[in-house]
Design a protein around this ligand. Structure first.
Ligand code: ZN
Length: 245
């Protein structure tokens, strides 16, 4: 994290998009703080019960009942799509031309199910978005050096089509189990999701990584692996304000 005073990070290249509100909140922001922020912008938050699934919701109005799933998309102004995280990767997608946005929860389970790819495809079906027309911001998540996973996770990723290079290995051969990890591997969640976007045709120069730091190492961020008993989560959000034309 940089020494900024704002309680959330933004991707500066997205700032010029008219009416776009987005950010990756840090540990200073409680739910009440976040809700006050949304209200001050005239935006209605859409918060899911997250399941580590590949369930994607198209939102056209503030939902009456609690949603369950792991990705939200909309082209309706006035809504603020929310993903809550503590180690998982929050991904925000923008189609500036078609005025559509998405927020995607990418933990290892969702990433293994390629939820970010499915979200890009869902935006294509819903709004006519193309990968080449999308911009993506990948927020803070657990870093590869801290993200040990078992061999069964690696096997699942390889079966799902991911390259072995998404498994980092502290200076050793990529994808090879690291000595001292007792058969464990190190998953690079950010690289895995960036790889999905690149394979779809999202341009590399349109994939931004604001605050590409490790949630596990940085005390200003929440980390499930550092404090499993802490129920607090960071608020990551994207939406479009109503524009007066
Ligand atoms: Zn770390």
């Amino acid at each position: 994290m940089t020494g900024n005073k704002s309680p959330f990070l933004v991707a500066p290249p997205l700032a010029p998009v008219p009416g776009l509100v987005h950010g990756f909140g840090d540990a200073r922001w409680s739910e009440a703080d976040f809700l006050a922020f949304a209200g001050s912008r005239g935006l209605r938050p859409v918060i899911m019960r997250q399941l580590h699934s590949d369930i994607i919701h198209r939102i056209e109005a503030g939902p009456a009942a609690e949603l369950e799933g792991d990705a939200l998309m909309t082209d309706v102004p006035g809504l603020l799509l929310v993903i809550r995280t503590a180690d998982c990767l929050p991904a925000l997608l923008v189609d500036e031309d078609r005025r559509a946005v998405a927020a995607v929860h990418c933990g290892w389970r969702g990433t293994g199910m390629r939820i970010l790819e499915k979200s890009v495809r869902a935006m294509g079906e819903a709004y006519g978005s193309t990968p080449a027309g999308l911009k993506a911001a990948l927020g803070p998540c657990i870093g590869a050096a801290c993200y040990e996973v078992g061999p069964e996770v690696r096997e699942g990723f390889l079966l799902a089509g991911f390259p072995p290079s998404v498994f980092a290995a502290r200076g050793d051969v990529p994808g090879v189990s690291v000595p001292g990890l007792k058969g464990k591997f190190l998953l690079d969640l950010r690289a895995a999701n960036a790889w999905l976007l690149g394979a779809l045709g999202v341009k590399k120069e349109n994939i931004f990584n604001p605050g590409a730091v490790c949630t596990h190492c940085d005390p200003r961020l929440f980390s499930y692996r550092r404090h499993p008993a802490d129920p607090r989560r960071m608020y990551n959000f994207i939406g479009l304000t109503r524009q007066e034309i």
